[in-house]
Design a protein around this ligand. Structure first.
Ligand SMILES: Cc1cc2nc3c(=O)[nH]c(=O)nc-3n(C[C@H](O)[C@H](O)[C@H](O)COP(=O)(O)O)c2cc1C
Length: 204
């Protein structure tokens, strides 16, 4: 039997979620249980606006996600930075184009995980995932939370992003804080755990 395909699909304005996405991929690949594809949500902002936001260029080697990708995936890990505690418009704009997949039930039963970034500790390390769940639920997708799979989630000795909803980082208001070693380890753990759950589920 061929390995299940896990797609890691992310949006990142300033690179924090992109860094987490690399670690999620590392975790998925560590298990050797799944094949991994990486995609980006398409940008909706103009170059002029992105320049004014001091946003770096996107990774040219990571293709934009398509509806066909969602159909091809056996399971999907979504990553995005918070916008007022919710997913960004870039993610919602793409998701709002999935009506045909919804009506055909194409995503029914596919497993999904979520990881994220916020500027501040209380800025959405739980709500950013929680408020995305209706998008999964309406498609009949199966949310796989991280739970407390990493002991770093109990660590109060320093700032550690992430929550039982998924891996996360805390970027600071000016984006100056980069994902810490512990946050990167949590992302690897989430990738590993997600691969194991997906492989276990799909082999039955
Ligand atoms: C319009 C807008 C709204 C935002 N809302 C929040 C918020 O509610 N809470 C928060 O902590 N950060 C908020 N941020 C900060 C982003 O989440 C932060 O820039 C992001 O996590 C960095 O990730 P990235 O480098 O992958 O883009 C907001 C940023 C923008 C541009």
């Amino acid at each position: 039997m061929s390995k299940p395909s896990v797609y890691v699909i992310y949006y990142s304005t300033y690179g924090h979620v992109k860094t987490l996405a690399h670690k999620i991929v590392e975790g998925l690949k560590n298990t050797d249980l799944v094949n991994v594809e990486v995609r980006q949500f398409p940008e909706t902002l103009s170059e002029e606006i992105l320049t004014k936001m001091h946003a770096p260029a996107k990774d040219a080697d990571i293709p934009s996600v398509t509806l066909q990708d969602l159909e091809s995936a056996d399971a999907i890990m979504f990553g995005f930075p918070t916008r007022y505690g919710n997913a960004p418009a870039q993610v919602k704009a793409f998701w709002d184009s999935t009506g045909k997949l919804w009506s055909s039930g194409a995503l029914q039963g596919k497993m999904a995980g979520i990881f994220f970034s916020t500027a501040s500790q209380g800025g959405g390390q739980e709500t950013t995932a929680l408020t995305f769940l209706p998008n999964l639920v309406h498609h009949g997708m199966i949310y796989v939370p991280l739970g407390y799979a990493s002991t770093h989630l109990f660590d109060l000795s320093e700032v550690v992003g992430g929550s039982p909803y998924g891996a996360g980082t805390v970027a600071n208001g000016d984006g100056s804080r980069q994902p810490s070693a512990k946050e990167l380890e949590v992302a690897i753990t989430q990738g590993e755990r997600f691969a194991k759950v997906v492989a276990q589920y799909l082999s039955k």
